[in-house]
Unconditional design. Structure first.
Lengths: 248, 430
């Protein structure tokens, strides 16, 4: 059987999810031996930019028409399109622009020149094309991408935790930063899969993996309000990595 | 008029291209084009509390995420007049070294080396020279291991917070790091041998101006508040609070973008600049490596940045080992972060990210909410210098065919190790 053809792409973002793939140092050469990587601009200067792809891994958010056009072209070529990382799945930190006057922000950073730029309000991939699989995280976890490729090679979809960071944190028997130390911790509403990396280090969760399925931010906000945090402070914290209303 | 166009640079971080216009033998406009989308993070971070700033601004770039995080914390702590513990200073310097090892190994082996050996990628190179690629991956992993142990994660660290760390590493973890670094000593020597064996890349010579952090110990990526600029044998010092004299954006005739310059001259930042500014760092083993690499300082060839990174790999491994010995001797305390008392103030921090000078400058209100953020990245500093070197390379090239010029331009671009996500706010022009 011929190896499945794969393309690895970055739209607008920090390239962190592509970097996580390159960070699989021990498994990288074995991994690329199982697949036929046709396009990976960050790692190769020889790319087939037109071929059909069995699998397209796309990181970053759509922040320009150029991004949108690239994404549509990738969708056209790919049997399976995977959104890689919080920017691709939820919009990520750039999506804090929702509700802001983007024209004003552009002027502030670039001056009037900014108005001529190809730029648009930040979108997650699923707001532009059909996405077949989401792997969230800022950045994604190494194990999650390796498992995804292994599963997809066998015709399966990987399964990721559907519970919040809180559950993982409790399983590790950490003291609760929210209830016991009164810190704004996003653990109750954030998708698990990071093994509660931050609370494990006594650092409150910032929600970098995006909301868990069934997240109840209203209840968390109410609980924090009861503990004396002002609503605006809680709202800015909760909206950092995923804006409200980006339903999957 | 003809044009050499590199649409989309490969083997670099982010989305950029190069356009050079030729009129007969005369080089017309030269542009380093950046078409990375605008994320507008600086205005979007406004209103966040002081402890929320670093996690947002680290997302400017993954490869430099530790440098962005730590520079952000340093700027915040400078604003609030916070002095962190000596242990925190050591752990932060160690994180910087881990990031530098990872970044240099990634750049030298996966991005730059394939050019010299005529391969499109390290994956292709690994078919013929698996040992070389494995060596690079081992060093890269070592850098990541340091970042994971100290920072809690290799990309976008989580453990470094205002005032210190969430949790200090355990002694056993440091001992484990020490053994990995012992292997790293041999590996970084081998990496230098690989770099010394590559064919020379002599296609651009020009008297370059260099700028780097001036550090009290001559060898720190994190401590220090002054930049030294070296130009033609003369030296100038710029204090952190005057950083705008370095980033004084100037309009250039050939494009609408604004570039950094010091006294009207573009300057280069990064490994080569660090060695040029602090030449007394190059002693002992490093002096031997410098000779083996045939590296002259100050260099007039931007390709020498690759050699400088190879030299720094040796230095970073040595320095990381020293820091761990120091921590083990003193004993690691599980100390809570220094408490923060917010106040209305401005704080500026300068550090050395793997690619060079990085500046974060913030203003806070009395409640500890950020009201203004300014970030100037190494690639933004380097952009004008890159264009200058592109121009010189084309002018100095005897062959003017597209393939040759394009190869040379791409190799120079990669030698700068550009981080285009980082550079976006000063450069974007498409």
């Amino acid at each position: 059987m011929s190896k499945p053809t794969v393309g690895i792409f970055g739209l607008t973002g920090c390239a962190g999810d592509q970097l996580v793939i390159l960070n699989c140092e021990d498994r990288l050469l074995d991994l690329v031996a199982l697949i036929d990587v046709r396009e990976f601009l960050m790692a190769s200067s020889e790319n087939d930019t037109a071929c059909k792809l069995d699998l397209a891994l796309v990181e970053g958010a759509v922040v320009s028409q150029r991004d949108a056009d690239r994404l549509l072209a990738i969708r056209e070529r790919a049997k399976i399109l995977v959104a890689l990382g919080t920017c691709a799945v939820w919009g990520g930190v750039a999506a804090m622009d929702r509700g802001a006057d983007r024209r004003k922000l552009l002027e502030e950073v670039y001056g009037e020149q900014g108005f001529s730029y190809d730029t648009q309000a930040t979108k997650a991939l699923h707001e532009v094309v059909k996405v077949d699989l989401n792997i969230t995280g800022c950045p994604i976890e190494k194990d999650h991408i390796v498992t995804a490729i292994a599963n997809l090679l066998n015709g399966d979809l990987p399964v990721y935790p559907t519970y919040p960071v809180c559950t993982e944190c409790r399983m590790q028997e950490n003291n609760c930063l929210l209830m016991e130390r009164g810190e704004i911790c996003c653990g109750p509403i954030t998708a698990a899969g990071c093994k509660a990396r931050c609370p494990e280090l006594r650092v409150p969760c910032v929600g970098c993996r995006g909301p868990v399925h069934d997240a109840n931010p209203v209840s968390l906000a109410a609980m924090l309000a009861e503990r004396g945090f002002d609503r605006e402070a809680v709202a800015t914290r909760l909206r950092t990595f995923s804006p409200e209303g980006v339903a999957q | 008029m003809s044009k050499v166009v590199i649409d989309h640079l490969a083997r670099v971080e982010g989305h950029g291209g190069i356009t050079v216009e030729l009129e007969g033998d005369t080089v017309g406009s030269v542009q380093f084009d950046v078409f990375e989308g605008a994320r507008l993070l600086e205005p979007l971070v406004r209103g966040k509390r002081y402890d929320e700033v670093a996690p947002v601004l680290s997302r400017i770039c993954s490869i430099c995420s530790a440098a962005h995080t730590l520079t952000s914390l340093k700027a915040t702590e400078n604003a609030f007049g916070v002095r962190v513990s000596p242990q925190t200073d050591l752990l932060r310097e160690l994180m910087f070294r881990g990031e530098s090892i990872e970044s240099h190994a990634l750049h030298l082996f996966l991005l730059a080396a394939p050019d010299y050996l005529n391969y499109p990628s390290a994956i292709a190179l690994s078919a013929d020279k698996p040992a070389v690629v494995m060596l690079g991956l081992r060093l890269k992993k070592l850098g990541n291991m340091i970042q994971e142990t100290i920072g809690g994660r290799a990309v976008h660290p989580v453990n470094a917070v205002p005032g210190g760390f969430g949790r200090a590493p355990a002694i056993e973890q440091l001992i484990e790091l020490r053994s990995a670094l012992m292997q790293g000593v041999a590996d970084s020597d081998a990496a230098m041998d690989v770099m010394a064996s590559l064919p020379p890349a002599e296609f651009c010579h020009y008297d370059t101006v260099y700028a780097a952090l001036r550090t009290p110990s001559l060898d720190s990526y994190y401590a220090g508040d002054e930049v030294m600029v070296v130009s033609d044998g003369s030296r100038a010092i710029v204090h952190a609070t005057d950083y705008k004299t370095l980033s004084n954006e100037r309009a250039v005739p050939h494009s609408h973008a604004k570039h950094s310059a010091f006294r009207d001259k573009p300057f280069m930042v990064g490994a080569l600049a660090r060695l040029t500014v602090n030449p007394r760092r190059v002693t002992g083993k490093l002096a031997v490596a410098k000779k083996r690499l045939k590296l002259q300082l100050p260099a007039d060839n931007p390709m020498d940045n690759n050699k400088a990174q190879a030299l720094e790999l040796i230095n970073d491994v040595e320095r990381a080992l020293e820091i761990i010995e120091q921590l083990l001797r003193a004993g690691v305390k599980d100390e809570p972060p220094v408490p923060i008392q917010p106040r209305a103030a401005t704080g500026t921090a300068i550090t050395e990210a793997p690619r060079g000078l990085l500046i974060h400058s913030y203003t806070y209100d009395a409640g500890g909410r950020i009201t203004a953020a300014d970030v100037i990245t190494p690639t933004a500093f380097n952009a004008a210098s890159m264009e200058l070197h592109f121009r010189k390379a084309v002018e100095q090239s005897a062959e003017r065919d597209d393939a040759t010029l394009s190869r040379k331009l791409q190799m120079i671009a990669r030698a700068y190790d550009p981080c285009i996500s980082c550079s976006v706010h000063l450069l974007r022009r498409k």
